[in-house]
Write a protein that binds this ligand. Structure first.
Ligand SMILES: Cc1cc2nc3c(=O)[nH]c(=O)nc-3n(C[C@H](O)[C@H](O)[C@H](O)COP(=O)(O)OP(=O)(O)OC[C@H]3O[C@@H](n4cnc5c(N)ncnc54)[C@H](O)[C@@H]3O)c2cc1C
Length: 547
């Protein structure tokens, strides 16, 4: 029996071939590709515009930490030719302009419903259709449903006691207001020291009357060396761009600018090591993290990188006590997302910036006038929560997704996400995820990973349509084997040693499972291509609805 839901108007659902949830980098490219297959697609987006991450994260200092020309679509030569980045690392307004340009250039808006949140997606086994419901009361029936909902799009909400009593304005970096916020002369408190915190406080320190940085866990940060884009780089990309793009696709992290190395830190002399680290530090960005091949797998090698960065911090921050507080000690270097900054450690030399250690004296409550820690009261006029996201599974968990037999994805994933290739989950036919758990995702240049997933999904749907196959589903065996492989690879590295958001450690009660695939973008792509070339091995394909 079909369990067809009705629209709030009582009408039967409208139908299309594909429903896409989210209009960030993933959703926009998917829509373009689905149209290319001649399919009808509808996109639902909770925000009032396109852009996803770059629509929501408007905090001061928000910028990409991969060089602009690499953090952009590669699918259209014309798009690449006509778009000019102004900075080495583009800031949020420019990234949002870019995505708006893409939406206009490929005429994408007419199929996107904005300010519309998908609340449920239910698979009807009788018809093999997904019934997708929105918070506006609309129900759409579609053969395929693709979750392009983002890995870092569900903000971690603050739950400090007394929060509602605070009299001043509060901000979440992941939901920043659209109009500029003026902190001139204000006492500002910022909670968190991850990437968004580091980027925003570096800007805000120059404006605020006083900035209190409430730090529980220090983060490693490396300099971006940002600036206007070098015309020589632009010219080089005109000639060699295709080669760089291909190198990125085959690389470990999806970044062509990071040169791979076989050299081991422990094989190098102290002097050689320092020279390599200095060279990578001077390059800027993630280069330091990949300076030697054993940094992420060998604790002794990792310690050499950690010591190098610790020395840099001591060299920049004048107050030795503050410097020591800023040096991470509880986890290996690079096992929490490395931050890329523009003068972060330098702000602690300013007289208007105070670092407050809330590891030794935890936050007890937010008060009407500020914040109380075990060490005392801090009066502030505004509070910023830079406390990150319910990463990788958060946006999916906020949708009531039900597969075969009414099984809820949330229930299936109660002990941690389970997918095959990070693309599909057994029991949820014709439901795809873009950069889902079990794929390189947040450990990579996301645009490379997004394009790879969207291309793979497009090829897959074309394959099904060409053979009159109605349904595709990951098998439980393939999924079990993939989950085991993902864990096995993670366990060969130091990553699981950090209490990071990669493991869900920032969200109380979230199961601790290392979610992204550490095996590298290039090897992962190879596996996905192999699976496809073997007729989608590990997936059950069937021509009959309900099979
Ligand atoms: C501050 C910040 C900086 C980052 N910097 C980098 C970087 O330097 N390099 C890098 O590779 N990656 C970076 N990332 C990761 C970034 O998320 C990806 O690079 C990329 O933008 C993801 O695109 P997406 O379309 O997959 O997801 P998103 O851009 O997150 O878009 C998902 C969209 O889905 C919508 N959505 C979710 N659930 C629903 C629902 N139920 N109904 C309707 N709509 C829904 C959301 O509103 C959102 O607009 C950063 C992330 C953040 C938060």
């Amino acid at each position: 029996m079909s369990r067809q839901a009705l629209n709030s108007t009582g009408e039967a659902p409208s139908a299309c071939d594909v429903v896409i949830v989210g209009a960030g980098f993933s959703g926009l490219y998917l829509l373009h590709r689905m149209r290319g297959l001649g399919l009808t697609a509808r996109v639902f987006e909770a925000g009032a515009g396109v852009g996803g991450t770059w629509y929501w994260n408007r905090y001061p200092g928000a910028r990409v930490d991969i060089e602009s020309q690499e953090y952009s679509y590669s699918f259209s030569e014309e798009l690449q030719d006509e778009w000019r980045w102004t900075e080495r690392y583009a800031a949020q307004p420019e990234l949002l302009d870019y995505l708006n340009h893409v939406a206009d250039r490929f005429d994408l808006r007419r199929d996107i419903a904005f300010e519309t949140r998908v609340v449920s997606a239910v698979f009807d086994e009788a018809t093999a259709q997904w019934q997708v419901s929105t918070d506006r009361g609309e129900v759409v029936s579609a053969r395929f449903c693709v979750m392009a909902t983002g890995c870092l799009s569900a903000p971690n909400e603050p739950t400090f006691p007394g929060l509602e009593s605070f009299r001043g304005p509060t901000y979440h970096t992941g939901r920043w207001p659209h109009e500029p916020v003026d902190f001139s002369g204000k006492r500002v408190g910022i909670i968190g020291t991850g990437s968004s915190a580091i980027q925003s406080m570096t800007e805000i320190a120059g404006q605020a009357g006083h900035l209190y940085v409430f730090q529980r866990t220090p983060n490693y940060s490396v300099p971006a060396h940002n600036g206007p884009i070098d015309p020589a780089v632009v010219a080089d990309w005109k000639v060699n761009g295709a080669t760089y793009r291909q190198a990125a696709r085959l690389s470990a992290a999806g970044i062509a600018a990071i040169k791979p190395t076989e050299q081991l830190a422990l094989d190098a002399s102290e002097e050689e090591r320092r020279a390599v680290y200095e060279d990578r530090w001077a390059q800027g960005g993630f280069a330091v993290g990949a300076a030697f091949a054993d940094i992420s797998i060998d604790p002794a090698a990792n310690a050499t990188a950690a010591a190098f960065v610790a020395d840099k911090i001591r060299g920049i921050v004048k107050d030795p006590q503050v410097a020591e507080l800023l040096i991470p000690r509880d986890y290996p270097f690079g096992t929490k997302r490395l931050c890329v900054d523009t003068g972060y450690y330098e702000i602690f030399n300013r007289p208007n910036v105070t670092l407050v250690d809330v590891a030794s004296a935890p936050i007890e409550a937010i008060t009407p006038t500020g914040l109380r820690t075990a060490a005392g009261e801090f009066e502030v006029d505004a509070l910023i929560f830079a406390i990150g996201f319910d990463a990788m599974t958060g946006a999916l968990g906020r949708i009531d997704i039900r597969g075969r037999g009414g099984l809820a994805l949330k229930e299936k994933w109660a002990d941690g996400p389970r997918t095959y290739l990070g693309l599909m989950s057994a029991g949820f036919p014709n439901l795809f995820m873009v950069t889902g758990p079990g794929s390189p995702s947040v450990l990579s240049n996301m645009i490379v990973s997004i394009e790879q997933h969207v291309d793979w999904i497009t090829d897959c749907i074309e394959h099904l349509n060409g053979r009159q196959l109605a349904v595709m589903e990951a098998t439980a065996e393939a999924e079990d084997a993939w989950v085991a492989h993902v864990n096995e690879v993670a366990d060969t590295t130091l990553y699981p040693q950090a209490s990071s958001w990669y493991l869900g450690a920032n969200i109380p009660g979230k199961p601790r499972v290392f979610m992204p695939y550490v095996g590298g973008v290039g090897p992962y792509r190879e596996k996905c291509d192999e699976v496809a070339s073997r007729g989608y091995e590990g997936f059950a394909l069937s021509s009959v609805a309900g099979d």
